[in-house]
Design a protein around this ligand. Structure first.
Ligand code: ARG
Length: 586
């Protein structure tokens, strides 16, 4: 496979060997960064000088004398207290980019990780018989983007949609359905909207009955017991709720332009069978103990009011299992059944205490350790314009579908405004890509741990750090490529580069390194920041370096067109990893 070593890596390697040749006894990271003053700056000599008790400028001068300039590094000089300023040869930049361009695997020359692991990623986990709301957006969007980036590095990812498909509320729902058969149409006969409206109706009606009628309440309680003991008829009705809900989930995920696989929807109930074993193991190992009849785990540092320790409840005093037992059993399954090396959870930050306790319990049990680790990407809240958790005007939680529909509608206005020659059908199609892309991008471009304001006007704006801006940059390049006619993109490494071309070129080279960094840190916002900068660098390149008009010499035109095309390919790839489409025309 045609993988390309990035310029950062090439320079880093040269510097590392020059450093260790200068001071064989001490090792140091050259700390290479992109810089405004030169192409790269290396700051690592300061630390090395400290270790070696040497004068940093003298040491830097010594290191410079060991660097061979030529092919890659054109010039290196000492600056400030002992930094190195490094300039890359134009030819090296262009040859490197040409190799990326020639890679026909769609990876832009980015090599795969040498030792990939298996990450099980728990994301997009709505609850059965309940509407998806704005809170479910982030888990789906962030999870899907992390997965895209991790897959690109070569990591094997397995999705787990831990849907809420178990619990006492099913007693009420199932009992109601038994007494009112036919209220849920078979899942095969409904679309997403009908499914949700049926479920909503049943939910409301059964709730009302449950609250008003003591006898029904009692029958519902008995139904929970029947469900837990595996009564056939009860289970069949339970399955109907799950199936109907899935029809609805799929319709929302489709709107979100997200592929969800059925075999990866493994909800809470899937772990029921393993829960007694989980409890037994934890008790035998002494990780969990009996307290007031319940099986619990205590933690020194987790205390509630009156400084009383707050335990994790593995099994309730009445023998029942809950959310914690299901998550602990899921860990066993993911570690021993799926052979995960990393467990990643994309769940609201409000559940972080739950995961802290669950992970610590699993560590004490030896299911998690230094080689198999777990992380919760606890994400922040989506806020309304007033800075409070996003609600409708009536003060209700916002339905995810309504929010997506509105985004698409708003995007349609932007698309209609811009492109006067599109048919209505084309406008709708693009509006979906622009609107959903805008929602995803706005979510991904803030650090996951932070809250953000849901502001549609800003999200679909053509200016600023939005997906629409990036999509336009992409579509503009496609239009240039179409208009170029006979001039075809081709690299000409013998050419001298304009400052704006170098800046763009060096940034293009950093794509792979950026994805690896963003994936390793679970930080999709680092990739969006990269892409935004890419579009900005492209814009200033395009302003300063005419591509077709006024017509530059043929080789210059071809070379610039090549930079345009590589920019477009990098944009579309980066956006695709995040789950965002880039239409060819806008
Ligand atoms: N269904 C849960 C909710 O909506 C999220 C599940 C998170 N995943 C997990 N393994 N607990 O709150």
């Amino acid at each position: 496979m045609a993988s390309v070593t990035s310029l950062t890596d090439l320079v880093s390697k040269q510097l590392t060997s020059a450093l260790s040749a200068t001071r064989p006894e001490a090792s140091a990271d050259p700390l290479l960064r992109r810089s405004d003053r030169a192409d790269f700056q290396a700051n690592g000599i300061l630390a090395l000088a400290k270790k070696a008790k040497a004068n940093p400028r003298d040491l830097a001068t010594e290191v410079v004398s060991r660097i061979t300039t030529g092919d890659v590094i054109e010039d290196v000089e000492v600056s400030g207290p002992g930094f190195l300023n490094i300039t890359i040869a134009d030819r090296a930049v262009l040859e490197n980019l040409a190799a990326r361009y020639a890679d026909d695997t769609g990876r832009l020359g980015v090599p795969l990780a040498e030792k990939p692991g298996i990450t099980v990623i728990d994301y997009a986990q709505p609850n059965v018989a309940k509407e998806m709301h704005v809170g479910h957006l982030r888990s789906a969007v962030i999870g899907d983007a992390l997965r895209g980036m991790l897959d690109f590095t070569g990591e094997k990812t397995i999705g787990r949609h831990h849907i809420g498909d178990w619990g006492t509320q099913f007693g009420m729902l199932i009992q109601y359905l038994m007494e009112h058969p036919g209220e849920l149409a078979p899942a095969s006969e409904v679309d997403g909207e009908q499914a949700m409206s049926n479920l909503n109706r049943v939910y409301k009606a059964s709730r009302a009955l449950f609250d008003a009628d003591e006898a029904f309440k009692e029958r519902a309680r008995k139904r929970v017991v029947a469900l837990q003991s595996g009564d056939k008829e009860t289970l069949e009705l339970w399955q109907q709720f799950v199936d109907e809900s899935k029809v609805y989930f799929y319709s929302v995920f489709e709107k979100l332009d997200m592929e969800i696989r059925d075999d990866e929807i493994v909800g809470e109930s899937a772990y029921n069978e393993g829960m007694p074993e989980t409890a037994r193991l934890l008790e035998e190992m002494g990780v969990a103990e009996r307290s007031e009849g319940a099986l619990v785990v205590f933690f020194d540092d987790i205390r509630g009011k009156d400084d009383k320790p707050v335990p994790l409840i593995v099994q309730k005093a009445d023998g029942g299992f809950g959310y914690a037992a299901s998550d602990l059993t899921a860990i066993r399954d993911r570690v021993f059944g799926l052979h995960a090396t990393t467990l990643l959870y994309v769940v609201d930050v409000r559940q972080s205490l739950h995961f802290k306790m669950v992970f610590e319990t699993a560590r004490r049990a030896g299911w998690l350790n230094d080689d198999v680790t777990a992380h919760n990407m606890g994400y922040g809240t989506v806020l309304g314009a007033d800075g409070k958790p996003f609600k409708t005007r009536e003060g209700e939680t916002v339905r995810l579908e309504d929010l997506l529909d509105e985004a698409v509608q708003r995007a349609a206005e932007v698309v209609r405004e811009k492109a006067k020659d599109l048919t209505e059908e084309e406008i709708q199609e693009r509006a979906a890509q622009v609107g959903i892309g805008a929602v995803k991008y706005a979510d991904l471009s803030t650090s996951p741990s932070r809250d953000y304001k849901f502001d549609l006007d800003q999200m679909v704006s053509l200016n600023g750090d939005t997906s629409v801006y990036l999509q336009y940059a992409y579509a503009r390049i496609q239009s240039i490529l179409r208009k170029a006619g006979d001039v075809r993109p081709a690299a000409h490494p013998e050419l001298e580069l304009h400052e704006a071309e170098r800046a763009l070129g060096l940034h293009l080279d950093a794509f792979g390194d950026t994805v690896f960094e963003a994936a390793a840190e679970y930080a999709p916002h680092k990739l969006t920041a990269y892409l935004y900068q890419l579009a900005s660098l492209y814009t200033s390149f395009y302003d300063k370096c005419p591509v077709i008009k006024p017509q530059p010499p043929q080789d210059v035109a071809e070379n610039r067109l090549f930079l345009c095309d590589l920019t477009a390919r990098t944009l579309t790839k980066g956006m695709a990893l995040l789950g965002i489409r880039t239409p060819e025309r806008l």
